[in-house]
Design a protein around this ligand. Sequence first.
Ligand SMILES: *Cc1c(COP(=O)(O)O)cnc(C)c1O
Length: 411
Amino acid sequence: MAIDSSNPTSDSTPTNAELATRASEVLVGNYAPQPIALVRGEGCWLYDAEDRRYLDFMGGIATAVLGHANPKLREALESQAAKLWHVSNLYTTEPQIELAERLTSSSFAEAIYFCNSGAEANEAALKLARKHHRDHDDDRFEIIAFEGAFHGRTLFTVSATGTPAYWKGFEPLVPGIHHAPWCDEEAVRSLLSEKTAAIIIEPMQGEGGLRTPEPGFLRRLRELADENGCLLIFDEVQVGMGRTGTLFAHEQEDVIPDVMTLAKALGGGIPIGAMCTTRELSRALMPGTHASTFGGNPLACAVASVVLDELLEGGVLGHAKSMGERLGDGLEAIAADAGPDQIRGVRGRGLLRGLALHDSPSAVIEGCRGRGLLVISAGDNVLRLAPPLTISADEIDQGLALLREVLIESN
Ligand SMILES: *Cc1c(COP(=O)(O)O)cnc(C)c1O
């Protein structure tokens, strides 16, 4: 192991480089992490192994909605930790009921299935679609998804993912999945048949590059699904929980799905996913058909209930909406000053925004990191920003100023 002996702290506190070396020796190399190791966080700030601080404009990939080490979430976690951690779903636990009550009272959903990640939530949604039709003596099994979509890494969800790079080498994929070009209504029409079980779509694409559907498109999908007799699934794993300015992104289009999936921000950083549906559709998953050992774990549910309370009653949702507008305006100004040769456009909604660049954003990401700002990328050369929803106006402005330095002033 390469230890820099000139580093006075190397005996007690490992450096970023030491931690990177150790990680590469024992972890599967499926990630290509940034060259810093993060050790603690507070609010919108993160600190690395060498105690350098960073303004967090990525929120653990749109997950740390209430910032880091949020006192209310800590209190919820610690008080539940003193009571009960895990008993499985062979028994009823109240934190799970309380979270489901909050989700059903704040959405179209009447029944919730809990799991631990976005992929599992989508896996449950896709399996529910097949099983629902099977229970009605209907052989529908095909799924219509969209190019550029990201639905997860299990075999079913990666098969529904619309970017070949995610599934190359893992074939054969789950059969019967078709991809329509983004927002191509005619393509959806031609793919629909008496075999279609469901259409799955993100109300705004996250990984795919923060692409928003044209106004009215989600409503057209609702009509097409109803005419055809298939289900409509909204994958809100990334855009749900206040990220785009409303609690759920589909509220902005005034259209209701049959199934909605949540994960990322749901637990504010604690792993939890949810498949939300109607009572009638939920009947497809009768005892024995689908399950998760950890799903609805009391620790995760106790924390997630506080996340929802903070969004809906603690004023975070309204705050996030106005901070989202501030961020959007700031990005528009940067794009105007940089010009179309450098920035192709501003993408996204609320506090999930991005700048479409001409090539890979990796140099910009590195430049930002060097100045103490953490940002990430998304599909087709988009620089993606997803700060905690609790971010202050001053922190938004600091982040925008650093971004401006990297994109314009240092060029
Ligand atoms: C991240 C993401 C997933 C997968 O979630 P995991 O928790 O990584 O399994 C699914 N769908 C969307 C839209 C996502 O952004």
